[in-house]
Design a protein around this ligand. Sequence first.
Ligand code: PLP
Length: 287
Amino acid sequence: MSRYAYVNGRYLPQDQASVNIEDRGFQFADAVYEYFAVFDRKLADAKGHFDRLDRSLSELSMPQPMSRPALRMVIGQLLRLNRITDGAVYLQVSRGVAKRDHPFPDPAPLPTLVLTTKPVDFTALDAKAAKGVSVITQPDNRWGRCDIKTVGLLPNAIAKTRAKAAGAEEAWLVDDLGLVTEGASTNAWILDASGTLRTRDTQANILHGITRATLIEHLKDQCIPFSEKPFTVEEAKQAREAFLTAASAFVLPIVKIDEVIIGNGRPGPLSLRLRSLYMDAARRSAS
Ligand code: PLP
């Protein structure tokens, strides 16, 4: 089956799709992105992801590549072309093509818009969640604006590479105070020793995860004690449970941090409950 990508107004077989070598996304990582989970051809947490895209663009003074309804039409068409039922959409907007020079070009070029899709095997993801995954800890050496979802992901890629080499799923990043900020591509959560669910606050230098925000909304309905108080690596290692959240993983239980087994080494009951709660709600509200 031939896979199509969308690039600046054209649907092309993915192996023929390309952007200009002077694109600022390529030259300077001057680009932002979003990743949407797709349930039954519909986007999970669509509003949250589109709102965050708008914010990323506006923080970098980049124009919208097209209106939200137009973007939704293009995404719908690409999902149909690629026959995606359950999967993901990757969307990237760069500042566009300009002669290589650091300052933002004036006048601004047209932004570059690239969209791709992929099928995702949700059954395989469920199997991974049923077993739980491990994470390693790594220093957080990223820039100071991790709230903007840019494609400047080299520190994240290095941390993930180290995680992979250690046989782990993810790297939890740790700031200069020894506090966990987030994962290299996920948000970090623990159920601490006293039974409070904790994840880092969004005043910290982290991405404002959409899965994180949706889950917090559900926690309110479930009356689960919750706090955005930062936690240390030590607290995480002594936690009753740990898990990560992301549109690419939903809620994924963690059973090992570095060499320390969490709880009894199996996914915690609250993590599994929150996973099924999130999955059901995301599926129901996908649009
Ligand atoms: N933190 C980082 C650094 C990420 O890259 C991501 C997702 O790409 C997340 C957290 C999770 O965010 P979301 O739930 O919006 O996918």
